[in-house]
Design a protein around this ligand. Structure first.
Ligand code: SF4
Length: 292
C-alpha cells in the first residue's frame, strides 16, 4: 500500500537536479519530483533530443548531440528492471544525488514518459508503453502510476492513442502542456510550428476519453508576466474543453525552476503564481495546484 509522501521542498538540491543522465543508463533517470511527490523514474523517449516545440524555458541542451537515435525496447526493459531493483535494495539511497532524502528513493511514485523532447514523436510509442507496463506488472509495482508528460501535439496519432489506452489500463495519467490562451502567446512561449488549434483539439479529444491533468508553466518573458487578458483567454480555453465534454482532473501551475538557455525567460514569485492560481480557480472552478 502506498504511504502518504512528505512535502517535497523545491529548495532541495535533489529537486533542482533534473538531469536526465544517471550512470550509464541511456533511457532511464531517477529524480525527486515535486509534482510526483517523490521518486519518479523518468523514461527519456527522446535521447535524440527531438521536439516539435521550442519553449523559451526549455532546459534541454541541444548543442550537445543526443546519446541515441531510437528507443531499443530490450535495453529499456533491462534499465527499468535494474533501476527498480536498485531503488528497492537501497543502492539508490546511497547515491550522493539522494543523500538529502534517501528514504524517498524507496517508493517509486511514478514512471514518467518524458525526456529531452516530445515523447509522442517516436514511432514506437505504443511498444514503449507496453514494455514499461509489462515490467511494472512483473515487478509488482501496482501502486505506481504511469505518467505521460506531453506537449499534446502528437496525441492524435494512432500509435499514441493505442499507447494511451494501455496506460489507462495501468494506472495511467496524461499531463498535457498548456501555457497560453491565444495563438499569439503560444507562438511566443512555445515557438512551435504546430497549430495552437491542433493542440487544443488533441487535449479535448484525449480528455473526452479519460481525465487529464493540465500542466501550465507561467513565467516572465523579458520582464513581462502573462497579461490579465491572456490569463482570461487561457481560462476560456479550459472552460471550452470542459464544456465540450473534456475532463480536467486538475491544473498544475508552475514556473521556471532552473536556469534556462534563454536568460530572459525568468521565474515568477510564489505570490505571483498563487495569484494566477486563484484567478484560474475563480474563472474555471477547477482544482489548481501550485509548484514553485
Ligand atoms: S516541450 Fe518540453 S522538451 Fe520540448 S521544447 Fe518544450 S520544454 Fe523543451
Amino acid at each position: 500500500m502506498a504511504t502518504e509522501p512528505p512535502a517535497i521542498q523545491s529548495s532541495w538540491a535533489v529537486v533542482q537536479d533534473h538531469r536526465r543522465v544517471f550512470q550509464d543508463l541511456v533511457y532511464l533517470y531517477p529524480v525527486i519530483s515535486r509534482r510526483s511527490r517523490g521518486l519518479s523514474i523518468g523514461v527519456n523517449l527522446n535521447p535524440d533530443k527531438r521536439c516539435n516545440f521550442d519553449c523559451v524555458y526549455c532546459e534541454v541542451d541541444r548543442k550537445t548531440p543526443g546519446r541515441a537515435t531510437s528507443v531499443r525496447l530490450d535495453q529499456l526493459r533491462d534499465e527499468l528492471v535494474w533501476l527498480v531493483q536498485h531503488a528497492r535494495d537501497g543502492t539508490l539511497a546511497q547515491q550522493p544525488k539522494f543523500c538529502e532524502v534517501p528514504e524517498l528513493t524507496r517508493q517509486i511514485r511514478d514512471i514518467a514518459f518524458s525526456g529531452d523532447g516530445e515523447p509522442t514523436m517516436i514511432p514506437n510509442f505504443e511498444e514503449c508503453v507496453r514494455t514499461v507496463a509489462e515490467v511494472r506488472h512483473q515487478l509488482g509495482l501496482d501502486d505506481t502510476k504511469l505518467v505521460l508528460i506531453t506537449d499534446s501535439a502528437g496525441l492524435d496519432k494512432g500509435s499514441v492513442k493505442r499507447g494511451l489506452e494501455l496506460m489507462d489500463a495501468h494506472h495511467g495519467e496524461i499531463w498535457c502542456k498548456l501555457d497560453a490562451g491565444t495563438p499569439e502567446y503560444y507562438r511566443l512561449v512555445n515557438r512551435s510550428f504546430v497549430q495552437f488549434s491542433r493542440i487544443l483539439k488533441n487535449i479535448l479529444e484525449t480528455a473526452r476519453v479519460r481525465p487529464v491533468i493540465i500542466q501550465s508553466l507561467f513565467l516572465r518573458i523579458r520582464g513581462e508576466a502573462m497579461t490579465p487578458a491572456e490569463l482570461a483567454a487561457y481560462c476560456d480555453r479550459l472552460n471550452e474543453i470542459v464544456a465540450a465534454g473534456g475532463r480536467i482532473r486538475e491544473v498544475h501551475a508552475y514556473t521556471v525552476a532552473r536556469p534556462t538557455p534563454e536568460t530572459w525567460a525568468t521565474r515568477l514569485t510564489r505570490e505571483e503564481l498563487e495569484g494566477l492560481a486563484t484567478e484560474i480557480r475563480r474563472r474555471t472552478g477547477l482544482k489548481v495546484e501550485v509548484f514553485d
